[in-house]
Design a binder for this molecule. Structure first.
Ligand SMILES: Cc1cc2nc3c(=O)[nH]c(=O)nc-3n(C[C@H](O)[C@H](O)[C@H](O)COP(=O)(O)O)c2cc1C
Length: 268
């Protein structure tokens, strides 16, 4: 159980924890005491009680660190919409990489950001793998190219495209990127894939903020859906997965590509 108890030396019985807990695991006793009770382990470890308690009186374990910094309550002061939107506009899928590997220090920062992504019921049940060995990436790329090319549904779409890329890249599926990150889950429901997509988006944006480039690799996912044995080549087993390449970009963009704006039902 991650929330252990309330520190009554600090607690002022303000009741914030009672109101903030999505599972209502804190109870008011006789209008003057707050108690934590989680007989069925219903806590989802969202940590909102820890984040909201004005007295820092929630004692927890095994949940990682909680951070205090200025503007923790005002994310809009940390990053304005204008800067965020420019950042998003400048965020491109990178299909040209330098050969240079990314340092473990930077990769750890990307994984740290990914592990801050919200997941359904705060389950955080996804796992991570990074493949940096050129030969292993080539083996995977070859298997994925073969599977997609021979597949009745995908062959017409990707066969020729990947054959063309193979004229230029040793690992055409990965554009010879130095690393491939795979996020995978044993959940077979849609929530599994939604969690993965969310995590990957956090990782890609973090990578971009570090001067790295990434490209989501739907080909890996599509090929594994057709032939799950490909997972063995990457060293994992899962029900759902998502993958992206990562490395130093070797490409110059002079402007953003155009994007037509879709009408939003309910707005003028
Ligand atoms: C779920 C998803 C899967 C994708 N799969 C691939 C892929 O397998 N290969 C590829 O070259 N690009 C892939 N992309 C990149 C898209 O083609 C790209 O995002 C789109 O062309 C827009 O370009 P931008 O990301 O630079 O704005 C994928 C993107 C997403 C969101």
């Amino acid at each position: 159980m991650p929330i252990v108890e309330i520190d009554y030396e600090k607690c002022t019985f303000c009741g914030t924890c009672i109101r903030v807990c999505p599972r209502r695991l804190f109870n008011e006793i006789n209008g003057e005491k707050v108690e934590y009770g989680d007989p069925k382990s219903m806590c989802i470890r969202c940590g909102h009680c820890v984040a909201r308690c004005p007295e820092d009186a929630i004692i927890y374990e095994d949940m990682g660190e909680s951070y205090e910094f200025s503007d923790v309550n005002h994310p809009e002061r940390i990053l304005s919409y204008e800067n965020l939107f420019k950042f998003l506009q400048a965020h491109r899928s990178i299909r040209r990489y330098k050969k240079e590997k990314v340092s473990e220090e930077l990769l750890q920062k990307v994984f740290k950001a990914m592990q801050w992504a919200p997941t359904g019921r705060n389950m955080r049940s996804e796992s991570f793998i990074i493949i940096s060995d050129e030969e292993q990436l080539k083996t995977l790329s070859d298997a994925i190219q073969k599977t997609l090319t021979e597949d009745k549904s995908w062959g017409w779409l990707y066969g020729e495209r990947l054959a063309n890329l193979a004229k230029e890249f040793r690992s055409p599926v990965y554009f010879d990127a130095p690393h491939l990150i795979i996020v995978y889950s044993q959940l077979f429901t849609d929530i599994g894939i939604q969690n993965i997509a969310n995590i990957i988006t956090y990782g890609r944006l973090a990578a971009h903020s570090l001067g790295l480039g990434t490209c989501w690799n739907g080909w890996t996912q599509a090929a594994i859906e057709i032939d799950p044995k490909i997972m063995k080549l990457a060293g994992f087993r899962a029900k759902k997965l998502g993958a992206f390449t990562i490395g130093y970009p070797d490409v110059t963009f002079y402007r953003t590509p155009p994007r037509s704006f879709k009408h939003v039902k309910g707005l003028t």
